[in-house]
Design a protein around this ligand. Structure first.
Ligand code: KG4
Ligand code: ZN
Length: 329
């Protein structure tokens, strides 16, 4: 059973094929970063149009990479939410049109769940229960995934997500979009950092996060200094450490409180090298990250989530299109 995965919830067009054991046969991603960079954020209409433009050439490329014909696809998994309505509609329309023309099932996938299970694509021995920290541009979600894969949310951000904090400070520093990778790049090699930023809510008993105060603190600091390369690098370093240490502290607390050793960190921010290094160095827990290719939005995690769904429930054929931009975990 070859499953085609389609991701188009935001500004990345991702397509992938997994086989009957969930193994990724091929995956392709096309980023729209250059289109949106000059606006400092995503323009939904431009995002939708670019998905529509890229889908068919990308699908051809994907099939050639997998050395496969479209007739060999037997099921389609696509992102049904959360995300931007136009981009979601574009992906759903492609999925349903392909499904209808071939009379094969189309599986709706929750984009957040796909992130949560993304480390299992390459970590063959990983399975629930685990503590899940999902850190992306839109979400900062700490949860327990029990042995039956039932997800219980422990905490979330009360304001900005971790990714948003990276992106908004990066914009103030005159760095490109998305900000996380730029901040990470600027932090490399910093030795004598002279800034000190707060680690929000790390002494609170709650599992919630709050990154808006940190963002304002850093933006105020930026306004008082000259934006030299050295200052930009130092601020990037300290911001990255403040976010990383906050994420680690809350995840460890959940792991200790719930006596669950395995911690799974996913979403775009999980691509952060410093987060990966610090987590491995600090913690006695078993920490799992997705392969970096599957950290930011991609079609492989959607195809894989479709594979998991097809294993646990029967899939019926229906061609209704009903994306849900505000779907939650
Ligand atoms: O999961 P994702 O690709 O899209 C959403 O579903 O939101 O996450 C995008 C977020 C952006 O905020 C981006 O700045 C951040 O992930 N990000 C990073 C890194 N790569 C992407 N943040 C820190 N370090 C990175 N290397
Ligand atoms: Zn995402």
């Amino acid at each position: 059973m070859n499953i085609l995965g389609i991701e188009s919830s935001c500004d990345d067009t991702g397509l992938a094929i997994v086989d009957s054991s969930g193994h990724v046969l091929a995956h392709v991603t096309s980023s729209q970063h250059e289109i949106h960079a000059k606006y400092g954020g995503i323009v939904p209409e431009l995002a939708s149009r670019d998905h529509v433009k890229k889908f068919i050439p990308l699908l051809d490329f994907l099939l050639s990479k997998a050395d496969m014909k479209i007739d060999e696809i037997e099921m389609i998994a696509f992102t049904n939410g959360p995300g931007l309505l136009g981009p979601l509609l574009a992906g759903a329309s492609l999925a349903k049109a392909l499904g209808w023309s071939r009379n094969i099932p189309t599986i709706e996938v929750n984009h957040l769940e796909a992130h949560v299970y993304s480390p299992m694509i390459t970590e063959n021995n990983l399975k629930p229960p685990f503590i899940s920290l999902l850190v992306s541009g839109g979400h900062t979600l700490l949860s327990v995934v029990d042995k039956n894969s039932v997800i219980k949310n422990l905490g979330t951000t009360l304001d900005d997500s971790a990714g948003e904090c990276f992106d908004k400070v990066a914009r103030k520093l005159g760095l490109g979009y998305p900000g996380g990778p730029e901040i990470a790049r600027r932090s490399e090699g910093v030795k004598n950092n002279k800034f000190s930023f707060p680690r929000p809510m790390i002494n609170s008993d709650s599992y919630d996060f709050s990154f808006s105060g940190l963002k304002t603190h850093v933006i105020n600091a930026i306004q008082k200094i000259e934006l030299s390369d050295e200052n930009i690098n130092n601020i990037s370093f300290e911001l990255q450490d403040a976010i990383v240490e906050t994420l680690i502290s809350k995840s460890l607390k959940a792991s200790q409180d719930y006596k669950i050793e395995n911690i799974v960190i996913t979403g775009g921010v999980s691509a952060n090298k410093r987060l990966r290094e610090k987590f491995s160095a600090l913690s006695n827990s078993n920490v799992f990250f997705p392969d970096v290719r599957y950290s930011t939005d991609n079609g492989a995690m959607i195809a894989y989530a479709g594979f998991l769904k097809s294993q646990s429930s029967s899939i019926e054929i229906n061609f209704k299109i009903k994306p849900n931009p505000s779907l939650s975990l």
